[in-house]
Design a protein around this ligand. Structure first.
Ligand code: IPD
Ligand code: CA
Ligand code: CA
Length: 273
Protein backbone atom coordinates (compact mmCIF):
# COMPACT_ATOMS: atom_id res chain seq x y z
CA UNK A 1 0.00 0.00 0.00
CA UNK A 2 1.23 3.53 -0.75
CA UNK A 3 1.20 6.09 2.05
CA UNK A 4 -0.36 8.83 -0.06
CA UNK A 5 -3.55 7.36 -1.50
CA UNK A 6 -5.84 4.46 -0.82
CA UNK A 7 -7.56 2.64 -3.68
CA UNK A 8 -11.31 2.13 -3.66
CA UNK A 9 -10.62 -1.58 -3.25
CA UNK A 10 -8.50 -0.96 -0.13
CA UNK A 11 -11.19 1.32 1.34
CA UNK A 12 -13.86 -1.26 0.59
CA UNK A 13 -11.85 -4.01 2.31
CA UNK A 14 -11.29 -1.82 5.38
CA UNK A 15 -15.02 -1.05 5.54
CA UNK A 16 -15.93 -4.73 5.31
CA UNK A 17 -13.55 -5.58 8.16
CA UNK A 18 -14.91 -2.71 10.27
CA UNK A 19 -18.48 -3.96 9.76
CA UNK A 20 -17.49 -7.54 10.56
CA UNK A 21 -15.64 -6.49 13.73
CA UNK A 22 -18.52 -4.25 14.91
CA UNK A 23 -21.05 -7.05 14.39
CA UNK A 24 -18.80 -9.52 16.23
CA UNK A 25 -18.38 -7.11 19.13
CA UNK A 26 -22.13 -6.46 19.19
CA UNK A 27 -22.92 -10.18 19.36
CA UNK A 28 -20.58 -10.50 22.35
CA UNK A 29 -22.32 -7.61 24.12
CA UNK A 30 -25.75 -9.18 23.60
CA UNK A 31 -24.48 -12.51 24.88
CA UNK A 32 -23.18 -10.94 28.12
CA UNK A 33 -26.39 -8.92 28.48
CA UNK A 34 -28.26 -12.23 28.62
CA UNK A 35 -25.89 -14.32 30.74
CA UNK A 36 -24.52 -11.65 33.13
CA UNK A 37 -21.06 -10.15 33.61
CA UNK A 38 -18.54 -8.84 36.12
CA UNK A 39 -18.38 -5.08 36.66
CA UNK A 40 -15.32 -3.13 37.84
CA UNK A 41 -14.90 0.53 38.72
CA UNK A 42 -12.17 2.51 36.97
CA UNK A 43 -10.41 4.06 40.00
CA UNK A 44 -12.71 5.96 42.36
CA UNK A 45 -14.90 7.44 39.64
CA UNK A 46 -18.38 6.44 38.45
CA UNK A 47 -16.72 5.15 35.26
CA UNK A 48 -17.20 1.38 34.92
CA UNK A 49 -15.69 -1.39 32.83
CA UNK A 50 -17.22 -4.85 32.41
CA UNK A 51 -16.16 -8.24 31.12
CA UNK A 52 -18.22 -7.40 28.04
CA UNK A 53 -16.16 -4.26 27.22
CA UNK A 54 -12.95 -6.29 27.46
CA UNK A 55 -14.16 -9.32 25.50
CA UNK A 56 -15.67 -7.18 22.75
CA UNK A 57 -12.44 -5.18 22.53
CA UNK A 58 -10.27 -8.30 22.31
CA UNK A 59 -12.39 -9.70 19.49
CA UNK A 60 -12.55 -6.43 17.53
CA UNK A 61 -8.77 -5.98 17.78
CA UNK A 62 -8.16 -9.59 16.76
CA UNK A 63 -10.34 -9.22 13.66
CA UNK A 64 -8.60 -5.99 12.63
CA UNK A 65 -5.15 -7.49 13.25
CA UNK A 66 -5.97 -10.63 11.27
CA UNK A 67 -6.77 -8.51 8.22
CA UNK A 68 -4.26 -5.67 8.75
CA UNK A 69 -1.41 -6.70 11.09
CA UNK A 70 0.49 -3.42 10.63
CA UNK A 71 -2.33 -0.90 11.11
CA UNK A 72 -2.40 1.22 14.26
CA UNK A 73 -5.27 0.62 16.67
CA UNK A 74 -6.38 2.97 19.43
CA UNK A 75 -9.03 1.41 21.65
CA UNK A 76 -10.57 2.63 24.88
CA UNK A 77 -9.43 -0.06 27.31
CA UNK A 78 -6.13 -1.14 25.71
CA UNK A 79 -4.97 2.28 24.48
CA UNK A 80 -2.71 2.62 21.46
CA UNK A 81 -1.20 -0.68 20.29
CA UNK A 82 2.58 -0.63 20.40
CA UNK A 83 3.31 -1.10 16.70
CA UNK A 84 5.19 1.01 14.17
CA UNK A 85 3.43 4.09 12.87
CA UNK A 86 1.12 3.39 9.96
CA UNK A 87 -0.99 6.01 8.13
CA UNK A 88 -4.14 4.07 9.02
CA UNK A 89 -5.39 4.21 12.60
CA UNK A 90 -8.45 2.29 13.80
CA UNK A 91 -10.22 3.98 16.69
CA UNK A 92 -12.39 1.59 18.68
CA UNK A 93 -14.95 1.87 21.44
CA UNK A 94 -15.83 -1.77 22.13
CA UNK A 95 -18.84 -0.78 24.24
CA UNK A 96 -20.12 2.76 24.09
CA UNK A 97 -22.77 3.09 26.77
CA UNK A 98 -21.23 1.00 29.54
CA UNK A 99 -23.35 2.60 32.27
CA UNK A 100 -26.51 1.77 30.30
CA UNK A 101 -25.23 -1.76 29.76
CA UNK A 102 -24.59 -2.39 33.44
CA UNK A 103 -28.16 -1.29 34.29
CA UNK A 104 -29.78 -3.37 31.56
CA UNK A 105 -30.80 -0.18 29.73
CA UNK A 106 -30.76 -1.39 26.12
CA UNK A 107 -28.85 1.46 24.49
CA UNK A 108 -25.23 0.66 23.69
CA UNK A 109 -23.08 -0.11 20.70
CA UNK A 110 -19.70 -0.87 19.20
CA UNK A 111 -18.10 2.12 17.50
CA UNK A 112 -15.24 1.84 15.00
CA UNK A 113 -13.69 4.76 13.15
CA UNK A 114 -10.83 4.57 10.66
CA UNK A 115 -8.44 7.48 10.24
CA UNK A 116 -6.09 7.79 7.28
CA UNK A 117 -3.26 10.30 7.66
CA UNK A 118 -5.22 12.03 10.39
CA UNK A 119 -8.58 12.25 8.55
CA UNK A 120 -11.59 10.14 9.58
CA UNK A 121 -12.51 8.17 6.44
CA UNK A 122 -14.87 5.51 7.70
CA UNK A 123 -17.29 5.22 10.61
CA UNK A 124 -19.24 2.14 11.67
CA UNK A 125 -21.56 2.02 14.69
CA UNK A 126 -23.47 -1.16 15.48
CA UNK A 127 -26.36 -1.20 17.95
CA UNK A 128 -26.95 -4.92 18.59
CA UNK A 129 -30.17 -4.47 20.57
CA UNK A 130 -31.96 -2.99 17.57
CA UNK A 131 -29.74 -4.65 14.95
CA UNK A 132 -29.00 -1.19 13.56
CA UNK A 133 -25.79 -0.70 11.60
CA UNK A 134 -24.81 2.90 10.86
CA UNK A 135 -22.08 3.41 8.27
CA UNK A 136 -20.40 6.54 6.94
CA UNK A 137 -17.73 6.69 4.30
CA UNK A 138 -16.08 9.96 3.31
CA UNK A 139 -17.56 11.15 0.02
CA UNK A 140 -20.00 8.22 -0.21
CA UNK A 141 -22.78 9.16 2.21
CA UNK A 142 -24.17 7.55 5.32
CA UNK A 143 -26.51 4.60 5.68
CA UNK A 144 -28.60 2.77 8.28
CA UNK A 145 -28.84 -0.93 7.49
CA UNK A 146 -27.91 -0.11 3.90
CA UNK A 147 -30.48 2.66 3.38
CA UNK A 148 -29.17 6.23 2.94
CA UNK A 149 -29.84 8.55 5.88
CA UNK A 150 -29.95 12.33 6.15
CA UNK A 151 -30.12 14.85 8.98
CA UNK A 152 -33.43 16.52 9.86
CA UNK A 153 -34.83 19.70 8.36
CA UNK A 154 -35.82 21.17 11.74
CA UNK A 155 -35.23 24.89 11.16
CA UNK A 156 -35.09 26.36 14.66
CA UNK A 157 -33.88 25.53 18.14
CA UNK A 158 -37.37 25.94 19.63
CA UNK A 159 -38.59 23.12 17.37
CA UNK A 160 -35.58 20.88 17.99
CA UNK A 161 -35.10 17.64 19.91
CA UNK A 162 -31.67 17.77 21.55
CA UNK A 163 -29.35 15.41 23.37
CA UNK A 164 -26.26 15.72 25.53
CA UNK A 165 -24.10 13.68 27.86
CA UNK A 166 -22.14 14.20 31.03
CA UNK A 167 -18.50 13.33 31.65
CA UNK A 168 -17.58 10.91 34.44
CA UNK A 169 -16.27 13.79 36.59
CA UNK A 170 -19.73 15.42 36.69
CA UNK A 171 -19.94 14.97 40.48
CA UNK A 172 -16.82 17.03 41.09
CA UNK A 173 -16.00 19.17 38.04
CA UNK A 174 -16.89 22.87 37.99
CA UNK A 175 -17.38 22.77 34.23
CA UNK A 176 -20.04 20.06 34.44
CA UNK A 177 -22.54 20.93 31.63
CA UNK A 178 -25.44 21.50 34.04
CA UNK A 179 -25.85 25.19 33.23
CA UNK A 180 -25.84 24.39 29.51
CA UNK A 181 -28.36 21.59 30.08
CA UNK A 182 -30.77 24.01 31.79
CA UNK A 183 -30.29 26.66 29.11
CA UNK A 184 -31.11 24.26 26.27
CA UNK A 185 -33.98 22.63 28.17
CA UNK A 186 -35.89 25.92 28.32
CA UNK A 187 -35.14 26.79 24.68
CA UNK A 188 -35.65 23.52 22.77
CA UNK A 189 -38.79 21.49 22.10
CA UNK A 190 -37.40 18.56 24.01
CA UNK A 191 -34.32 17.02 25.56
CA UNK A 192 -33.32 13.33 25.47
CA UNK A 193 -30.40 11.43 26.99
CA UNK A 194 -29.27 8.22 25.29
CA UNK A 195 -26.18 7.65 27.46
CA UNK A 196 -24.00 6.91 24.44
CA UNK A 197 -22.25 9.53 22.39
CA UNK A 198 -21.94 7.30 19.32
CA UNK A 199 -25.73 6.81 19.23
CA UNK A 200 -26.26 10.53 19.84
CA UNK A 201 -24.23 11.22 16.69
CA UNK A 202 -25.91 8.48 14.64
CA UNK A 203 -29.35 9.74 15.64
CA UNK A 204 -28.40 13.24 14.48
CA UNK A 205 -27.33 11.65 11.18
CA UNK A 206 -30.62 9.75 10.88
CA UNK A 207 -32.74 12.82 11.66
CA UNK A 208 -34.05 11.30 14.91
CA UNK A 209 -32.41 14.10 16.89
CA UNK A 210 -31.57 17.62 15.73
CA UNK A 211 -28.69 18.73 17.94
CA UNK A 212 -26.09 17.29 20.33
CA UNK A 213 -23.42 18.95 22.44
CA UNK A 214 -20.95 17.52 24.93
CA UNK A 215 -17.68 18.27 26.74
CA UNK A 216 -14.67 16.00 27.19
CA UNK A 217 -15.47 13.16 24.85
CA UNK A 218 -12.67 10.86 23.75
CA UNK A 219 -11.61 9.97 20.19
CA UNK A 220 -13.23 6.51 20.46
CA UNK A 221 -16.58 8.10 21.34
CA UNK A 222 -16.73 10.24 18.20
CA UNK A 223 -14.36 8.96 15.46
CA UNK A 224 -17.06 6.88 13.76
CA UNK A 225 -19.97 9.22 14.48
CA UNK A 226 -18.15 12.23 13.04
CA UNK A 227 -17.98 10.65 9.58
CA UNK A 228 -21.57 9.42 9.83
CA UNK A 229 -22.91 12.88 10.76
CA UNK A 230 -20.91 14.67 8.07
CA UNK A 231 -21.85 12.16 5.40
CA UNK A 232 -25.54 12.50 6.37
CA UNK A 233 -25.32 16.24 5.65
CA UNK A 234 -24.86 17.35 9.27
CA UNK A 235 -22.46 19.80 10.82
CA UNK A 236 -19.96 19.05 13.58
CA UNK A 237 -17.75 21.68 15.22
CA UNK A 238 -16.33 22.64 18.57
CA UNK A 239 -18.20 25.11 20.79
CA UNK A 240 -16.56 28.03 18.94
CA UNK A 241 -17.89 26.79 15.60
CA UNK A 242 -14.44 25.70 14.42
CA UNK A 243 -13.82 22.35 12.67
CA UNK A 244 -14.26 19.49 15.14
CA UNK A 245 -11.27 17.35 16.05
CA UNK A 246 -11.88 13.96 17.69
CA UNK A 247 -8.91 14.86 19.93
CA UNK A 248 -10.54 18.15 20.95
CA UNK A 249 -12.42 19.18 24.08
CA UNK A 250 -15.90 20.31 22.96
CA UNK A 251 -18.41 19.12 20.37
CA UNK A 252 -21.59 20.38 18.74
CA UNK A 253 -23.27 18.19 16.12
CA UNK A 254 -26.47 19.24 14.42
CA UNK A 255 -28.52 19.26 11.26
CA UNK A 256 -26.65 22.46 10.36
CA UNK A 257 -29.80 24.60 10.49
CA UNK A 258 -29.81 25.05 14.29
CA UNK A 259 -26.02 25.06 14.64
CA UNK A 260 -25.51 28.81 15.08
CA UNK A 261 -28.29 28.99 17.68
CA UNK A 262 -26.55 26.21 19.61
CA UNK A 263 -23.20 28.02 19.41
CA UNK A 264 -24.88 31.19 20.72
CA UNK A 265 -26.50 29.42 23.69
CA UNK A 266 -23.26 27.71 24.66
CA UNK A 267 -21.33 30.97 24.30
CA UNK A 268 -23.71 32.84 26.59
CA UNK A 269 -23.59 30.08 29.22
CA UNK A 270 -19.83 29.97 29.20
CA UNK A 271 -19.32 33.75 29.22
CA UNK A 272 -21.32 33.89 32.44
CA UNK A 273 -19.17 31.23 34.14
C1 IPD B 1 -19.53 7.34 27.45
C2 IPD B 1 -20.79 7.56 26.66
C3 IPD B 1 -21.59 8.70 27.24
C4 IPD B 1 -20.78 9.97 27.37
C5 IPD B 1 -19.52 9.71 28.15
C6 IPD B 1 -18.71 8.60 27.48
P1 IPD B 1 -18.55 4.81 27.61
O1 IPD B 1 -18.76 6.30 26.89
O2 IPD B 1 -20.51 7.83 25.31
O3 IPD B 1 -22.71 9.00 26.44
O4 IPD B 1 -21.55 10.94 28.01
O5 IPD B 1 -18.76 10.89 28.18
O6 IPD B 1 -17.52 8.38 28.17
O7 IPD B 1 -17.76 5.05 28.84
O8 IPD B 1 -19.90 4.27 27.87
O9 IPD B 1 -17.79 4.09 26.55
CA1 CA C 1 -17.52 5.69 24.89
CA1 CA D 1 -16.49 2.35 26.12
Amino acid sequence: MTTTTLTQHEIHTILEVAILAARQGGAILLDYAQKGFEIHRKGQSINLVTEADLHSEKTVIHTIHQAFPDHQILSEEQGLQDIPTHPIKWIVDPLDGTTNFTHGFPMYNVSIGVEYQGTCLIGVVYDPTRDELFVGQQGKGATLNGTPIHVSLTPKLNEALLTTGFAYDVHTAKDNNLKEFCAFTVRARGMRRTGTAAIDLCYIAAGRLDGFWELQLNPWDTAAGKVIVEEAGGKITNYAGEPYSIYGHTLIASNGLIHQEMIDVLKSCREEQ
